[in-house]
Design a protein around this ligand. Structure first.
Ligand SMILES: Nc1ncnc2c1ncn2[C@@H]1O[C@H](COP(=O)(O)OP(=O)(O)OP(=O)(O)O)[C@@H](O)[C@H]1O
Ligand SMILES: [Mg+2]
Length: 322
């Protein structure tokens, strides 16, 4: 056998709070994430699968309606699903931070509450809050495992860099605030304005603490696991290399790589040729990984993977020793 499936030890390891499935477009992220979520639910873990893909396909894979509200996938008591859209993330951002944003801005200039909508529409806000949004769900304690079917690679890697970028924006905000604070204070006294309930600096520092918390959570290997899904082709290898390098920069170690769509049964010359090509790429992937990264081979099925029975078959491949 070329590579072993994730055995029980690996399974133990990935029974974590947050499990992200990342990779290039169209390589089987949703299929593997859905199979893993189904498996976790069937072994008794309260599980939520989330898709942040702008063109989500969980409804299609499960054959059940999935939408912007967490809801159970019938008939499973422990399996829930949620598709998050930009609108939903922005709406939650406003609920959670709208008042604070208003307090900070209005401590500088007199503005209407509508300013919050304007800030929410700024590029990057949704991405900056996406991880916070998911972390809020994880921290709610409602689920033992939250499986995140991420959008294709570039988008997701960009997301992971957000808390760091957000922190540096906040550092800049603190500097500006500290500079203008003295003159603002004098101005307020002169105009007889009150100081407000909290200082804007307190609020900004609160945001900094949250951004840090998000960063710590996604890099904490005891609670978060990042699984790469790929196919054994040249482009697949290049993208995987890039993902590994970027995750490494964030301090995230990848313990599991799924190689999907592998031809295991050959009954014609065409498949024989493609299998030969795939084996070369699989060997190349092996040689570029260290011994501690486990590779799981998922065969190419003769049919699309849709519905619970097909997902169970994939889960069986991902999670058994045999
Ligand atoms: N091992 C497999 N054998 C046969 N078909 C597969 C296999 N894995 C995935 N597929 C099929 O390939 C298609 C793409 O899979 P999937 O939607 O899981 O990829 P994805 O990485 O989530 O794509 P996207 O980046 O568009 O979200 C689906 O139609 C799925 O049923
Ligand atoms: Mg997908």
């Amino acid at each position: 056998m070329l590579c072993s499936p994730m055995g029980m030890t690996e399974l133990e390891k990935i029974c974590k709070k947050l499990i992200l499935f990342g990779g290039k477009g169209g390589v089987g992220k949703t299929t593997c994430a859905a199979a893993a979520a189904l498996h976790f639910a069937e072994i008794g873990r309260e599980t939520l699968i989330i898709s942040s893909d702008p063109t989500p396909s969980l409804s299609d894979v499960f054959g059940k309606q999935v939408g912007p509200v967490e809801r159970p996938i019938e008939p499973f008591r422990k399996l829930h699903a949620l598709e998050i859209s930009s609108d939903l993330v922005l709406q939650r951002w406003k609920e959670r931070y709208g008042q604070e944003v208003y307090e900070v801005i209005s401590s500088f200039v007199p503005v209407e509450y509508d300013i919050v909508d304007y800030v929410g529409g700024a590029p990057g806000i949704e991405e900056e809050y996406m991880l916070g949004f998911i972390l809020d769900i994880v921290k709610s304690g409602r689920y033992d495992s939250v499986v995140w079917d991420t959008a294709p690679a570039g988008h997701t890697l960009n997301l992971l860099g957000m808390p760091q970028r957000f922190l540096s924006h906040l550092e800049a905000a603190v500097k500006v605030y500290t500079k203008v604070y003295a003159s603002l204070h004098k101005l307020r006294l002169a105009l007889g304005l009150s100081e407000g309930k909290r200082s804007a600096l307190d609020i900004i520092n609160g945001w900094k603490a949250l951004a840090k918390e998000v960063m710590e959570f996604i890099t904490d290997s005891s609670s978060t696991e990042f699984i790469i899904t790929m196919i054994p082709e040249a482009l697949g290898i290049e993208v995987t290399k890039r993902i590994l390098a970027t995750l490494n920069d964030f301090g995230i170690k990848v313990n599991n790589i799924i190689i999907n769509n592998v031809i295991t049964e050959v009954d014609c010359k065409l498949l024989q040729a493609r299998r030969k090509m795939q084996m070369e790429y699989i060997n190349r992937i092996r040689s570029m990984l260290d011994q501690t990264t486990s590779i799981t081979i998922v065969p190419m099925f003769s049919y699309e993977i849709r519905g619970i029975d097909a997902l169970r078959q994939v889960a069986g491949i991902l999670f058994t020793d045999t």
